[in-house]
Write a protein that binds this ligand. Structure first.
Ligand SMILES: CC(C)(COP(=O)(O)OP(=O)(O)OC[C@H]1O[C@@H](n2cnc3c(N)ncnc32)[C@H](O)[C@@H]1OP(=O)(O)O)[C@@H](O)C(=O)NCCC(=O)NCCS
Length: 118
């Protein structure tokens, strides 16, 4: 791997859409994203999520679910809502935040039926 690739790897990481559940739940995908704090706010996260939605829809998933979006991560929540996700569940105090203490975890879902037609 070249130096530029290694640098890119340190700035952003995404896990491509994968089934959230086995067998009868395998038509719903999940994924995780992380952009290093020094590289945020430059469009990397939006590009990764859009790419993931395209790939998941193209692979035939009917929806995509994020299981643990920290409610205080307002940029992440706003980004996902802008890209078609909605909050479908909330775990009160589900995350022990190093600064804010126990904060809620959100479950967010994006319906991909019809996404292929966009
Ligand atoms: C969520 C996350 C992946 C977004 O990555 P990112 O590269 O910062 O995303 P973008 O640069 O595309 O920014 C997304 C939006 O947030 C805004 N934003 C992000 N950081 C910002 C900041 N520090 N100040 C102001 N706005 C900010 C951007 O302006 C952008 O809004 P816009 O597209 O309407 O202009 C990143 O914040 C992250 O890794 N967070 C920690 C891990 C996490 O919470 N992952 C999600 C759990 S599934």
């Amino acid at each position: 791997m070249g130096g530029e690739s290694r640098r890119r790897d340190r700035r952003a990481r995404d896990v491509q859409a994968r089934p959230e559940q086995a067998r009868s739940g395998s038509h719903v995908a999940t994924a995780t994203y992380l952009v290093s704090s020094g590289a945020r706010g430059r469009g990397v996260g939006r590009a990764m999520v859009r790419h993931c939605l395209d790939r998941a829809a193209g692979a035939g998933y009917r929806g995509i679910q994020f299981n643990a979006v920290v409610a205080t991560n307002v940029y992440a929540v706003a980004l996902y809502e802008d890209l078609g996700f909605s909050v479908t569940g909330r775990i009160p105090g589900g995350f022990r935040h190093p600064e804010h203490g126990f904060v809620d975890l959100l479950i967010m879902y994006c319906d991909l039926i019809g996404y292929r037609d966009l």
